[in-house]
Design a protein around this ligand. Sequence first.
Ligand SMILES: Cc1cc2nc3c(=O)[nH]c(=O)nc-3n(C[C@H](O)[C@H](O)[C@H](O)COP(=O)(O)OP(=O)(O)OC[C@H]3O[C@@H](n4cnc5c(N)ncnc54)[C@H](O)[C@@H]3O)c2cc1C
Length: 489
Amino acid sequence: MNSFDTDVLIVGAGPTGLMLAGELRLNGVSVTVLDKLSEPMQFSRALGFSARTIEEFAQRGLTARFGEVQVIPAGHFGGVPLDYQVIEGGSYGARGIPQSRTEAVLGGWAAELGAQVRRGVKATGLEAGPDAVRLKAVGPEGELELTAQYVVGCDGARSVVRTLAGIGYPGTDPAIELRFADVEGVRLRPRLSGEAVPGGMVMVIPIGPERSRIIYFDAAEPLRPAERAITFDEVREAFERLSGEDLSGARPLWVSSTTDASRQATTYRQGRILLAGDAAHTHLPIGAQGMSAGIQDAVNLGWKLALEVKGRAPQALLDTYHSERHPVGARILTNTLAQRLLYLGGDETAPLREVLAELVGSHEAVRRHLVGMVTGLDIRHEVGEGDHPLLGRRLPDRELVVDGEKTTVFTLLHAGRAVLLDLTGDLGRAAAGWADRLDVVAVERLDHDVPLAGLLVRPDGYVAWAAAPGENTAGLTDALARWLGPATR
Ligand SMILES: Cc1cc2nc3c(=O)[nH]c(=O)nc-3n(C[C@H](O)[C@H](O)[C@H](O)COP(=O)(O)OP(=O)(O)OC[C@H]3O[C@@H](n4cnc5c(N)ncnc54)[C@H](O)[C@@H]3O)c2cc1C
């Protein structure tokens, strides 16, 4: 038997596992990622990501690697049109980027940072002890046994890690199905937000010259038996019937389907075993929330797990991964189920859509609420005492001046470390004991509508402490200890 040790073993080199690998490497932790596929997945699957995930990629300087990113200003909630720019940074997200491309970008970044990705290796067994986790796997050279301080299951909805750990995955069974195909060789009318049509719903997203992603819901056949794979002939017949468009010249590139089964792991952490991405939550892909939530799980978990591995974490820091991200996942399950009813419910739910459209049309607060929920921009973590309006919220990418040079908040977060924005010049001394985990930045000017003396921003971009000018700043050291652990001498 071969064996090797690594600080963190990630099972699954999908978007969640690769993002987590990069986050851990930024923080100097050794990481190995295993994937049962011998080659990266080549399909388009998730064609975009949400506004908060766009921000999280920008926080690490990854945006340019995606090439030209098409950000959509308006979208819908359950088929009711909605202007997503009603809140700062709001958008319906990036669209037209195949998941295979996202995985290539994240895989390249993680590898540059030194993550090891081992392909063709399938996790089969797991044994968690007080100090380490032992994972059994089968690879090209036969059986392996690998040990790590922590194992993170990023191995998708049918997670083996979750099953082996005995973590429950309760939820609702599938009732309906969406069908997908990428086709080329035909010009189809774009229907970016999906259109209700007699007998179902049709969506068409251009993904290249004469190349489109089609998605539809067919009320005549809401659910197929799981064992029967969908064929392109079925897709063509149903799409032509529902949309009235001709697919006879189309070449299929990919055909797939997904259901509205909605499930969530009962816990995201069980001792040395953690879950993230689809392994922790699955639901209907509406509003690009699926892959986006996995990326956000990884960004929330990475720095906390790194501090834990390095023996620097304050007590219970790692538990805040579950307490912060589980409610976010639960809210996504609820909003996607609600959108499914509105969007795909047919004539019966038409009055509900009408009432919601009225509310959305006449109340900005309703628009802001729905956009905040679907984009992830309204997430507010419980970070500590105080009533400052920025506490627990993500800090948007504001411009600031440091050493006479203009820069931005997100640029300061590229290193994946916590940042203390000091607008008084007095805070650096109090924070000196955390210099190994914290960048203190003397800010000459920060464009913000709320007057500020100082801000502690966690590596994931959420504000952990904030003070207004003239306010007592004694709480800073408590906040540093709470989030980054005890000071060193
Ligand atoms: C048809 C379809 C369309 C979708 N459209 C969208 C969309 O438009 N927007 C959106 O946000 N989301 C969409 N999704 C959902 C999105 O694809 C998932 O949310 C996303 O892939 C989750 O990423 P992940 O890294 O958590 O898991 P996955 O991408 O599932 O990756 C898990 C990885 O683990 C590996 N693995 C599994 N078991 C083992 C094992 N035992 N040992 C080793 N490796 C293992 C797998 O090979 C895989 O590479 C869609 C999904 C489908 C199926």
